[in-house]
Design a protein around this ligand. Sequence first.
Ligand SMILES: [Fe+2]
Ligand SMILES: [Fe+2]
Length: 272
Amino acid sequence: MEPVPVPVRRMHFDLEAAPRYWHSQSPFLTHYFTAMSLLFPPGERFFIDSVRNFEDDIEDPLLLAQIRGFVGQEAQHSHHHRVYDRLMTRSGLPVTRYEGWIEALLQLFRRWGPRKAQLALTITLEHFTAVFANLLLSQPRFSEGMDPHVRPLWLWHAVEETEHKAVAYDVYQQVSGSYWLRVLMMVRVMIGFPFGIALFHLLLLAGDGQLANLRDMGRGLRFVWGRGGFVRSAWPELKAFYRRDFHPWQKDDRELIATWIAENGGRAAAAP
Ligand SMILES: [Fe+2]
Ligand SMILES: [Fe+2]
């Protein structure tokens, strides 16, 4: 398969123009995505560092170029999600404080965790983001309820997660390749990641006085956990990671990238 380009794009989003409950007018769904958004700035900083730790061990010029693209893309994602998180904080929810909790947790792992384990954590979380990205891009029902000021942020992020989904994995294969380390990490992430999302989601709903909004909660739970919902749709692809011969591009979803580029024209232009 031809290598997939990993271009860095400079994007502009008008997030301030979005209504408070920008996903399907639903506090539950809006805060579900906010819980994900607040993980990105500290998480993507960690991903960048864990890949950069091994940059000197990589000789393949193509992979080195992809690493540069990966770093640039993740830095751009963090920037825009931080803008979003600040906006939510201004509207009264302590989103940036929660970002700080994640930052502190990852800082501990940076200090005490072996570098290969840090990279293994990155590739498991990159797999999660690639699977969610595929769902957002391929199943319009997950994003069509988003306000038009916010939807482009998530779709752009999803496209770039698809473009660079194998970069950290390919670095891992070159510098470690341990099957059991990545499997062990995936087991932990499959427990810890949904728990983390649920915790922040609950905190945000509670902070917004929405815990008693049972009608909205029922609708949101169906979106996330119901048949054909986000989690159940993700499961078959998520568990593919446990195969010994797994590689992110075994799921060839390059046409989703091409479609987005065709639809976004000039906005999709890569920075020089
Ligand atoms: Fe990202
Ligand atoms: Fe990523």
